[in-house]
Design a protein around this ligand. Structure first.
Ligand SMILES: NC(=O)c1ccc[n+]([C@@H]2O[C@H](COP(=O)([O-])OP(=O)(O)OC[C@H]3O[C@@H](n4cnc5c(N)ncnc54)[C@H](O)[C@@H]3O)[C@@H](O)[C@H]2O)c1
Length: 258
């Protein structure tokens, strides 16, 4: 049986990368999927592609998770299309990386507004209905930056540490009301944001090879490997997993020194 048959899922930032892989996996598992995405081109393209590949109902709704109004409008539209919302994946995120004292308050606010406040606003939006139906799952895509630090990636890890705190605070609050809230922390994952980062280096292939060589598994994570864990957490089989942070980083964060 398909794990998510009859369920409706919202995936923020589902137009590309990890979010697109989650949207596709959910569609394969029988869910109707809303891709709540800022970028119109990738959002519409990915929704159409997943729908034609899987036969599932997949809708793109233009959304900016940094705006409460935009989130509220997306939620109304999602319910109009598919009825109830059973699963929310807070995946939309941006990497804002600076040396701390060289960063500005504009960097800080941009990062927090998407990576932390955006998640809280999406949770606030869907939680009342999930609590009323006594059923739901929320999955926050965090990062191994939520518990380990790489120098000069400020303030991204501050937002991701906060996001882990948000996940746990909400998870415990609503554990006895049918809603399971958890986090997944990917390591270095092969997505467009990462490809763009390599592309800026003098020798992109060498830059990629250097990162791969540092991974205990010898390669980057595939977006589908995050999606597989998200499918488990979204399913009714996983309702006793509460406030967990499932680290999918190929062992990077358990290593001390080479
Ligand atoms: N790729 C990695 O190595 C990695 C590692 C750890 C954690 N993560 C986290 O995983 C998530 C997805 O990362 P990715 O690598 O797939 O990123 P990506 O940049 O490839 O894709 C992110 C998507 O989110 C969308 N988005 C950005 N801002 C938005 C907003 N305000 N509202 C709605 N949509 C918005 C983008 O348009 C894009 O389609 C992020 O939260 C990121 O922090 C990624």
């Amino acid at each position: 049986m398909m794990r998510l048959e009859g369920k409706t899922a919202i995936v923020t930032g589902g137009g590309q990368g990890i979010g697109a892989a989650i949207a596709e996996r959910f569609a394969v598992e029988g869910a109707s999927v809303v891709i709540a995405e800022l970028n119109q081109d990738v959002g519409a393209h990915t929704a159409a592609e997943i729908a034609s590949k899987t036969g599932a109902d997949v809708a793109f709704i233009e959304t900016d998770v940094a705006s409460q109004e935009s989130i509220a409008a997306m939620h109304i539209e999602a319910k109009k299309l598919f009825g109830t919302v059973d699963v929310l994946v807070n995946n939309a995120g941006i990497a804002v990386f600076h040396e701390p004292l060289e960063s500005t308050m504009a960097h800080w606010h941009r990062c927090m507004s998407v990576d932390l406040e955006g998640v809280w606003h999406c949770c606030r939006q869907v939680l009342p209905d999930m609590l009323a139906q006594n059923d739901g799952a929320i999955i926050n895509i965090v990062s191994n930056h939520a518990f380990s630090i790489i120098k000069s990636t400020f303030p991204y890890p501050v937002a991701k540490h906060g996001l882990l705190g948000l996940t746990r605070a909400l998870a415990l609050e609503y554990a006895d009301r049918g809603v399971a809230i958890n986090a997944i922390s990917p390591g270095y994952t092969d997505t467009p944001i990462v490809a763009n980062h390599f592309a800026k280096e003098a020798d992109p292939a060498a830059a990629r090879a250097a990162v791969e060589a540092k991974q205990p598994v010898g390669r980057l994570c595939r977006p589908s490997e995050i999606a597989a864990v998200a499918a488990l957490l979204a399913s009714s089989e996983a309702r006793f997993i509460i406030g967990e942070n499932i680290v999918v980083d190929g062992g990077v964060s358990i290593r001390m020194y080479e």
